[in-house]
Design a protein around this ligand. Structure first.
Ligand code: GDP
Length: 139
């Protein structure tokens, strides 16, 4: 059965470009409820752990550097079929391939600096939610 929560991160490019508010508006307009949200900055160790599945990829080092370059805004979001619905809302990884009206089409700069993260499975949504938020925060 599809879960009802996903984990997003508004990435350093979008936060630095002043797009946090506009992106949150898109998310809530699409019917997601914000369960938890904060401003934070990742250490190299934390970003490396979060993206550990990509550690063999050629872009891993750059990705970790990018994700630690500034403030990020992680959030837990709730909606029916949240993971799939949110992936639709953010669009393809590479903004050049993202559909019109998607968050990445509107706000991403490149395949790396692509404005926003969305969990790719219910299992990862849970793991990633637990990574950023304590039990009390994700009530
Ligand atoms: P996502 O699930 O759509 O975020 O995509 P992936 O899990 O495949 O990749 C994780 C993140 O790594 C992406 O959101 C990008 O920020 C970055 N990334 C993915 N592919 C590339 C690439 O080919 N080059 C670079 N520089 N970064 C990439």
């Amino acid at each position: 059965m599809a879960g009802n929560r996903t984990l997003t991160i508004i990435k350093p490019d979008a936060v630095a470009n002043g797009k946090t508010g506009a992106i949150i508006q898109k998310i809530t307009d699409a019917g997601f409820r914000i369960v938890a949200m904060k401003y934070t900055r990742l250490t190299t160790e934390q970003a490396g752990k979060f993206y550990a599945v990509h550690r063999e990829r050629p872009f891993y080092g750059d990705l970790v550097k990018f994700m630690t370059s500034g403030t990020v805004v992680p959030a837990i979001l709730e909606k029916e079929n949240a993971v799939e619905e949110f992936r639709k809302l953010i669009g393809a990884t590479n903004p050049a391939n993202a559909a019109e009206g998607t968050i990445r089409k509107l706000f991403a700069e490149s395949v790396e600096r692509n404005a926003i993260h969305g969990s790719d499975s219910d299992e990862n949504a849970l793991i990633e939610g637990n990574f950023f938020f304590s039990e009390l925060e994700r009530f």
